[in-house]
Design a protein around this ligand. Sequence first.
Ligand code: ACO
Length: 448
Amino acid sequence: PKNVGILAMEIYFPPTCIQQEVLEAHDGASKGKYTIGLGQDCMAFCDQVEDVISMSMTAVTSLLEKYGVDPKQIGRLEVGSETVLDKSKSIKTFLMPIFEKHGNTDIEGVDSTNACYGGTAALLNCVNWVESNSWDGRYGLVVCTDSAVYAEGPARPTGGAAAIAMLIGPNAPIVFESKLRASHMAHVYDFYKPNLASEYPVVDGKLSQTCYLMALDSCYKSFCSKYEKLEGKQFSVADADYFVFHSPYNKLVQKSFSRLLFNDFSRNASSIDDAAKEKLVPFSSLTIDESYQSRDLEKASQQVAKVFYDTKVQPSTLIPKQVGNMYTASIYAAFASLLHNKNSTLAGQRVILFSYGSGLSATMFSLRLNEGQHPFSLSNIKTVMNVSEKLKARIEFPPEKFVETMKLMEHRYGAKDFVTSKDCSLLAPGTYYLTEVDSMYRRFYSKK
Ligand code: ACO
């Protein structure tokens, strides 16, 4: 098979959200801390009738319907998620009724978990499957679904929720440059979920930021050296049209992209002109550890990166700023923002993605875009995702109601024997929602 990649995408996020400006005031944080300091505008969250399973059901059925894909044509289905509702039964199995109904139970794949990286693991598995000897000619389907919630405190504004479904196959408008892939994996305790009775992670915020940047450096270095071996010339940020990052919050994306330019400077790459060189030279003697701590370097490289950031990164920041960290879905929501914002101009362009999951695992990989053919075209993906309308149709909750919802969800996490409000009035037609968890912990869903 040729040109294996993403044929189609659908995104779902809850209509329930809270403005960061409002949350900031409610939390007693200094004005601008969440909006400018973290760079976030708004945050989506699951109300009591939604969870990662219902969101994934909504995204999958909507994708199949809107692109006219026969459920019998799916040969592999993989889910990436770090939201644990069951320690054994995969989210993938909850999606099977959609296919069983059509007589298709011959579908490989289960769930992949490692913080925000599980979706990328699932995606690479599906792409590898289509490119392999075991491929049976059918499509792969990848689902990233997460509800990111934190305990009260500084991490709470970095939550979010969404599910994304991606159809994988040959002759795609979004093609993997499979030789251009570099990973960095290591053992650290930056963000983890050891308390199985709670949905909230244990997080060392500062360490997680540094780990993210170290993983980025490592992936970029080996990405560049692989590129150079393959193409016989140096790689710099000038060689890609767009950079898409896993986005826990926008400020970290800004810092990450600046870090790539500092890497380019250290490697003497062509993206760095004389003016940029002059700004960065004072930092060339820093040790690598010092370079992660230096505020002056951060400022200088951010200045150097500014022009590039506006053209190469900013178009991918829309949904992550509006919806928040969607864990596994976060990087693909950023990519979806790029498809939404730059749609008709993307043919022929190269996009580099950086996926990070705490713990940690990270991969940088490259995509090449072409317009494709209906229904699997860039323009149809934009139409189906309908991002502007979905953002506009949301309902802003006051902070008291948001906090109350978080409390209820804490109480219900891991619980049995309850019925939800079954109130689906805020949900769009076609949305799945949770109605009941019975005395055997079995979960029941309806479709609006
Ligand atoms: N106006 C403007 N900016 C402000 C203001 C203000 N009033 N107040 C603070 N800021 C800035 C700070 O200077 C800082 O920016 P800087 O990093 O450029 O200096 C930023 O806002 C955040 O402020 P901090 O004091 O650093 O925030 P705090 O430590 O309270 O929390 C953190 C931030 C650590 C990101 C926290 O939200 C967290 O732990 N989140 C979860 C972990 C996370 O997302 N890690 C990322 C990778 S791992 C993953 O994806 C889960």
